[in-house]
Design a protein around this ligand. Structure first.
Ligand code: AVI
Length: 320
């Protein structure tokens, strides 16, 4: 029998038409922008999975290696009989490493905006971990994270891998960490954070030779064509992803290669030649700058694990 999906917040699921409204509002701004959460429809999620396998995209394999290498230590810090709350639930492979190392976790609560995705996650875990309480929650972690306690489970540990924290501006990242801390009821947080490094290495990770990141970026326009009957010519926009060393972040844009007018939901939108549309930021931290932000969010940073090249880090933060 399928595990029922509960909603964490009322209105957690975006209303139909919200992509159209947000797109029109974002393209009416100067400079133009499209929120990065719209990358992840089915096609975009598939492209993101391909990104994670790219030779240039060191993040996923480094984080996975670190989780495997330190799984025993992480399990000891999380403790027996814990409920793991995963924010985003996008990385089943990663949570399985934790579940296997913990041996006796009591419950797994994946929180995700996509009910379809959650249903799939739960189906695939239920048979492999029959004793585990699975409690999928449809929710938006940009809203309050008031997660009800499960009967008889007192320990909670958060899991937020993949350096998704980097896709939030520093003030929003701080607010998110604070909300997570509140939602964990005194439990700790295991979080993956991509590190500041040679700009050439960062540049390559977002400008791969196979052009998959470009397709991922342009999927925003392809999605508008599919869902909203827009008429974007994907060949008339360029993927542009420079590293801004001052702000320590990759910035992603779609740049209009010519003066053009497109039609979106029956409305015209004009682009000048060379006009950028901002689509994503991916902030990088030093171990120290991230620990400092975690302190400001009310955590005590404890263990941190990194690889020999210091490409990526995983932090265990305890609630203060
Ligand atoms: C999901 N997030 C952490 C990815 C990143 O690296 O910022 C999204 C991504 N954008 C382009 N490549 C990957």
């Amino acid at each position: 029998m399928d595990t029922p999906l509960a909603r964490l917040q009322r209105d957690a699921i975006p209303a139909d038409g919200s992509f159209a409204d947000h797109l029109l509002a974002g393209l009416a701004k100067t400079p133009k922008e499209i929120a990065c959460k719209y990358f992840y429809d089915q096609a975009g999620s598939r492209l993101f999975d391909q990104i994670c396998e790219l030779p240039e995209y060191y993040q996923t394999r480094t984080e996975t290696m670190l989780l495997k290498r330190h799984a025993g230590e992480i399990a000891a810090l999380m403790g027996q009989g814990v409920e793991i709350v995963e924010f985003g639930a996008g990385s089943l492979r990663k949570v399985r490493i934790l579940l296997d190392a913990l041996r006796t976790p009591r419950a797994y609560t994946p929180l995700d905006i996509s009910g379809d995705y959650l249903a799939e996650v739960v189906r695939s875990l239920a048979s492999d971990y029959p004793a585990l309480i699975l409690r999928p929650l449809v929710g938006d972690f940009s809203a309050a994270l008031d997660i009800p306690a499960l009967p008889d489970i007192t320990r909670r540990a958060g899991f937020f891998p993949g350096s998704t924290i980097g896709n939030f501006r520093p003030e929003a990242a701080l607010a998110l960490l604070r909300r997570m801390r509140a939602g964990l009821n005194g439990g700790g947080l295991l979080i993956g954070v991509d590190l500041v490094k040679d700009p050439a290495r960062l540049h390559a990770a977002y400008n791969d030779a196979a052009g998959i990141t470009a397709l991922f970026n342009k999927n925003l326009l392809a999605r508008a064509n599919r869902e909203l009957g827009a008429d974007f010519d994907l060949g008339a926009f360029a993927h542009y992803a420079p590293y801004n060393a001052g702000a320590q972040r990759i910035e992603m844009y779609l740049v209009s290669l010519k003066r053009q007018r497109i039609t979106l939901n029956g409305r015209p939108v004009d682009f000048a030649q060379g006009e950028p549309v901002h689509t994503e930021d991916s902030h990088k931290y030093t171990i120290e700058s991230f620990r400092e932000m975690a302190c400001r969010a009310g955590f005590n940073p404890r263990a941190v694990w990194t690889d020999e090249e210091r490409l990526f880090s995983i932090h265990w933060l305890e609630s203060r």
